[in-house]
Design a protein around this ligand. Sequence first.
Ligand code: SIN
Length: 537
Amino acid sequence: MADAIYSPDVVVVGGGVAGLTVALNLAPRKVCIITKSSLGINTSSSWAQGGIAAAVSKDDSNESHIQDTLRTAVGLANSDAIEKVINNAKNTIADLESYGVNFDKNKDGSFNLGLEGAHSHNRIIRSKGDSSGLEIMRGLIENVIQSEHITVLENVSIDNIMTDQNKIYGVIGRFTDKNVPNNNVVIESTHVVLATGGLGGLYANTTNPRSSYGEGIALASQAGAILTDMEFIQFHPTGLDFGLDPTPLATEAIRGEGAYLVNQHKERFMLGTHPANELAPRDLIAQSIFNQIERGNSVFLDCRHIGKNFNTRFPQVSSYCKKADLDPELDLLPILPVAHYHIGGVKTNLKGQTSVEGLWCCGEVAATGIHGANRLASNSLLESLVFAKIVAKEINKKDIDSKINISSGFIKIFKEKTKNKIRAKKYIWQLRSSMMRNLGIVRNKDTIIRGLNDVLKIERESKGLSAKLNDMLLVCKFIIISAYLRKESRGCHLRSDYKDTNKDLIKHFDLKYSDIDYYIKTILETDRSKFDEKLVS
Ligand code: SIN
């Protein structure tokens, strides 16, 4: 039996921008926000260096922003979702200002707008240069703390979503703080919002917190929700190669101010590959850097010529460089491409509803359709904020069933705790390295099969060792199956064995938990000779 049972009107899992915004907009409904760490810690939102894309300058328009987003999405975007998000950009900025969030402004009071790749105008609204995420989170957290309708349960990890006949009854989990004895917790509610972030933590090189390993995707899929577009993982071209895990980011805005990409021979290798050179779409730059590295070259960001006061214009990047004993005004900064953003996830409609009644998603865990096969920089904070508000509005229209009687059957399904942390860590590292090597920037059938081989082997050897590892393996399988099925290159999914975009594949691969065995069996049977014998027998 659980030690603590809570019964709010709505449970929000995740304390990033999406989770906090949905909670604030649910007033006066009683909301419980669940976060894995302390509020504001270990969320990608706080680390966001870009900003919020919004067409606010005189020469810009929502139509132009919509066109840039559609072009970048390479045929797979949902134009209704794009219009919904972009047409709400100005209101969203106004909402944030009403929460006390400060944005960078010029002397005349207009926004000091940055430029990022594949945007045809300067339209990135930022805070303190590269500290937008921190500032937005500060404003939201201050409001959450003052909101009587919100309870925050910190240091709680969710094990399961309780469902019965495709309907939600709440979540169960545990306090991760070792000092809480008998730490199981049950939170009953007929509305659960997942705002758990992305899955970069499945990759050896990522800008995401390591705790972002697709937990929301694992939870939702086990609750029966449909996933989509799992193969589309966006790699950011300029992680700072300082040997750290996670990898610190060097924001694209630095290239927006004129920084170059060079190799050790001082060649600007992006010149001539795309009219926008270093501001080409992210996937092209990540792929060019990948090719440079494959050829044995080292790659650097050259900021030396872009003017003084780098440390006040980009304080986060400066502080990372300082720790690595590098000065961006004098030194070349070593870089590598890193897993940055997951475009796919739990499939939602334009209300943020999933295929399971009472289960809602917003933020990076949700696949709303706005990014298609590739995300335009700084569209994701905007998407999170707009859809979080929509989800809250939709839940506010619903009746809340407060008479939930959880049978003891539900409460039996607490996951087992990690049995051996050191062994689990070894497997987690093997898995992350394999995903980077085999399901990274460039994939092909052989690497995808190697990735699946590794996943199945780790699963067999580590059986039951760690709930986190099991979730990671599950999410990797969804990525692998989708990458196998998409026999083309499109957006951020690049296959060296199918280099072209195929017009017959302007479609999405939807997957359910119950599909996994079928697909894996089919891949094993089709390519029997490429798997370890033990795995196919
Ligand atoms: C960046 O600052 O380069 C990241 C922005 C984003 O990923 O949207």
